[in-house]
Design a protein around this ligand. Structure first.
Ligand code: ADP
Length: 474
């Protein structure tokens, strides 16, 4: 059921209930009023009859009946009928118990079907007590009541029809902006993702929805454009080594070569292939790190062990690299050394930073400082290399970005994008400070295992295994 139908039905239901309550109470109170009025008339009739009996001694047989089906009956205390006048057959039933209940102060009202009766006790001049019963049919009163009921039912049904039409028009009008929004949203696709929804009435909820949707579109547009440029950058990065390799092969094949020449050519090709594998691995890792965080398997990782490992891996790969590790302070408890994380990703992030520091410094030296404070670990990785031009600092975490001053050194511009994503996944922060030709410092802060916030979120992570899809370069 759509919202318009539901709103209309709810509206009709509400009006129906309110009107039912209203018409029901009108009917009920009118019926009460009719009954009281008729009771009063019956009592007056009883008292007039008593008066007549007192004054005239007899009730004249010619006394015209005031009311329809009127029956006047007088009983003595023993329940014997002293006098009866009327056309009711059978007479209104009166029991001795009822007669006893009627006192001079308290007349009794009774009803049987359409006939209503009032019993009044009185005394004659000789001091004898008797009860006079007057019963009649309030036909006029009942027909007015029936008329009122018919009017109320018709009025109630009419009001429902009006409420239905009004509700439908009202819901249609209220939902028109929604229909417009739907049409606008439907017209937006990948080709016109730059278009935005028109925000109608500025302050209502639908305007807020349109603004929220526009904000989402803006974020999607950025992601979409980034994705597009990522693909073109990646293709370009892959094409370059392939072109180099093709050139090398073509040149080698121009004429017959000696074995050392072929070996040299193959070495060059191998170098390019390794370069490509490095790039593909970087791309794969980036894709992996960009995958949903719940796919990762977080485990307690000791930050000092992670650092020593990264240091030994780097120096194994490039013995000329020099990495110094220095502890600023030692933690009070061993848990302050532990973070909840994905070890292989953290290893990649650290190695990227260490490699950059050595790669972009003439002395190939990097110093790492670790500082502990409750709930947080701070790593400072600094070098005395060529630094980053000030205008480039804001771009270095973008995929494929490389500064002009490092273009002679091999790289793909993926490492820092990956590193930042990994630090984000671990709810950490990464900042950079650099002075051209003086050096660069990266500062990383990571929450420790004891940090309640991270532990809380780590609880929600599934234990799905993190498969390593990267190619190995030996
Ligand atoms: P790559 O090192 O493969 O070029 P990165 O993503 O690791 O890619 O780094 C991106 C860019 O940031 C580098 O090309 C370089 O311009 C700059 N950069 C990163 N680290 C340093 C550093 N320690 N010293 C100087 N420049 C750096």
């Amino acid at each position: 059921m759509n919202i318009r139908t539901r709103l209309t039905l709810l509206f009709v239901l509400l009006v129906a209930l309110i009107m039912l309550l209203f018409t029901g109470s009108v009917y009920y109170f009118y019926d009460q009023f009719r009954q009281q009025e008729f009771q009063q008339r019956l009592e007056e009739r009883a008292f007039t009859t008593i008066q007549l009996r007192e004054d005239v001694g007899e009730i004249p047989r010619t006394d015209l009946s005031f009311m329809i089906d009127e029956q006047i009956t007088i009983y003595n205390d023993q329940g014997l009928v002293l006098y009866s006048k009327g056309t009711q057959r059978p007479r209104f039933p009166v029991s001795p118990g009822l007669l006893r209940r009627i006192t001079t102060r308290q007349p009794q009202y009774l009803r049987q079907g359409d006939i209503e009766a009032v019993g009044v006790r009185s005394q004659n001049s000789r001091g004898q007590s008797f009860v006079i019963f007057v019963s009649a049919n309030d036909r006029y009163g009942f027909s007015k009541l029936d008329r009122l009921r018919d009017l109320l039912v018709v009025g109630w049904l009419l009001s429902l029809i009006i409420a239905g039409i009004a509700g439908y028009l009202f819901a249609t009008d209220a939902l028109r902006p929604v229909a417009e929004l739907i049409a606008q949203v439907n017209s937006i696709s990948a080709t016109n993702i730059h278009e935005r929804l028109r925000v109608g009435r500025q302050r209502d909820e639908l305007a807020a929805l349109a603004r929220t949707f526009n904000a989402l579109l803006s974020r999607l547009e950025v992601a979409f454009v980034t994705q597009k440029s990522f693909v073109s950058h990646a293709s370009h990065e892959l094409r370059t080594p392939l072109t180099v390799m093709m050139g090398q092969i073509e040149v080698t094949r121009l004429q017959p070569r000696t074995t050392p020449d072929y070996e040299a050519a193959l070495d060059g090709l191998l170098d390019e292939v390794q370069n490509m594998i490095r790039l593909v691995n970087g791309l794969l890792e980036l894709a992996q790190a960009n995958a949903d965080a719940v796919m990762l398997r977080y485990q307690p990782v000791r930050i000092d062990e992670l650092l020593w490992q990264a240091q030994s891996q780097m120096t194994q790969k490039k013995p000329s690299y020099q990495i110094d590790i220095d502890f600023e302070n030692l933690p009070d408890q061993e848990e302050d050394l532990v973070i909840m994380g994905e070890e292989s990703l953290l290893q990649t992030a650290l190695q990227n930073l260490l490699e950059n520091g050595c790669k972009y410094s003439a002395d190939e030296q990097v110093s790492v400082r670790i500082a502990f404070e409750p709930g947080e670990i701070h790593l400072t990785i600094s070098d005395h290399g060529q630094g980053i031009p000030p205008g480039d600092i804001q771009h270095i975490f973008e995929p494929f970005f490389r500064s002009e001053n490092v273009l002679t050194i091999r790289g793909h511009g993926i490492g820092l994008a990956l590193t930042r994503r990994i630090i984000d996944l671990h709810q950490g922060r990464i900042e950079v400070e650099s002075a051209l030709n003086k050096g660069t410092t990266f500062r990383i802060s990571l929450p420790t295992q004891t940090n309640a916030a991270l532990r809380q979120s780590a609880l929600h992570l599934t234990n799905e295994t993190h498969s390593d899809n990267s190619l190995d370069i030996h």
